[in-house]
Design a protein around this ligand. Structure first.
Ligand code: C5P
Length: 223
């Protein structure tokens, strides 16, 4: 049986400065979110695609076959709304959460993440992550460096993130949804076991205008 996907696309996109939702910004002739929808359509382990959209704007999300859900105030509220829709008719076991802002996600990574969680009963979630290439330092309140972190122990966290639904539901019920920047952190906060799967270097997140140019180049190369 397949697994449902939830693409969160309800952000305002203020940092992109496009004057509208980031998910609808044009990338290589299509709205940004449509590239992620394509990848999930091609993933063999996915059976339904839910998209969390900005409130009142579902009509602008026209990709065939998707199920739109009204997003919430923060990213985690959008996930909570999507999860409620996904489980309305029962618990399908697992869910794949993905940012619409990562248009270069590959079907292979999506399938590998689903298979990886499915085959490891010890894990509550499995998330895509990339090794750190920059050195990371922690700053004090005065803006002065306090310490340099050991890069070999760090990863840069991305999406897709695959969850066992009961664990994600419990984490959302207990968590501070306003503060979370990813959903796995909510699962970690209630003691859940979160594994990582290495994602390819091209799985970039579109945040500022220069990211759109890079995404267009990478899409061109992958076609
Ligand atoms: O703002 P940021 O780029 O971190 O958002 C990550 C993802 O979460 C984006 O795809 C965005 O559309 C989504 N989001 C959401 N609902 C919100 C805020 C962000 O679905 N209220």
């Amino acid at each position: 049986m397949g697994v449902p996907a939830l693409i969160v696309a309800a952000g305002s996109g203020q940092r992109l400065g496009a004057g509208g939702p980031k998910a609808l910004v044009e990338l290589s002739g299509r709205p940004l979110y449509a590239w992620s929808v394509d990848a999930f359509r091609r993933a063999t382990r996915i059976d339904r695609i839910f998209v969390a959209v900005p409130p009142g704007q579902a009509g602008q999300f026209e990709e065939p076959g998707i199920i739109t859900v009204e997003g919430g105030e923060t990213r985690s509220h959008s996930v909570a709304n999507g999860l409620a829709a996904i489980t309305a008719d029962g618990d399908p076991g697992m869910v794949v959460v993905h940012d619409a802002a990562r248009p270069l996600v590959s079907p292979a990574l999506i399938d590998a993440a689903v298979i990886g969680l499915d085959s490891d009963p010890e894990l509550h979630a499995l998330i895509a992550a990339a090794p750190m290439t920059d050195t990371v330092k922690r700053l004090g309140e005065d803006g002065i460096v306090v310490e340099t972190l050991d890069r070999s122990e760090l990863v840069s966290v991305q999406t897709p993130q695959v969850f066992r639904i009961p664990n994600l539901q419990a984490a959302i019920a207990a968590g501070d949804l306003s503060a979370a920047t990813d959903d796995a952190s909510l699962v970690e906060a209630v003691g859940g076991s979160v594994g990582v799967i290495e994602s390819p270097s091209g799985n970039i997140k579109v945040t500022v205008p220069a990211d759109l140019e890079l995404a267009a180049l990478l899409l061109e190369r992958s076609r």
